[in-house]
Write a protein that binds this ligand. Structure first.
Ligand SMILES: [Zn+2]
Length: 65
């Protein structure tokens, strides 16, 4: 079984939200994601993903200048 708690190196842009399994309700702060690049399932907190996206968007805006 793959480790859901380790992230793949493909980056947050490939992560797609998935329906959680029943046992994941025990971890309500985590969301299940699947990477559409390598297919790995992984758990992340939604806050962590949103923060990473904000950071990436800020960097993109900066590089366009
Ligand atoms: Zn991946």
């Amino acid at each position: 079984m793959q480790n859901l708690f380790s992230a793949c190196p493909c980056g947050i842009d490939h992560l797609k939200r998935m329906r959680r399994n029943t046992w994941m309700r025990l971890l309500p702060w985590l969301r299940l994601y699947r990477c559409d690049n390598c297919g790995k399932h992984q758990l992340h907190s939604e806050r962590e993903i949103e923060a990473a996206k904000v950071k990436r968007d800020a960097r993109t805006r900066f590089m366009r200048r």
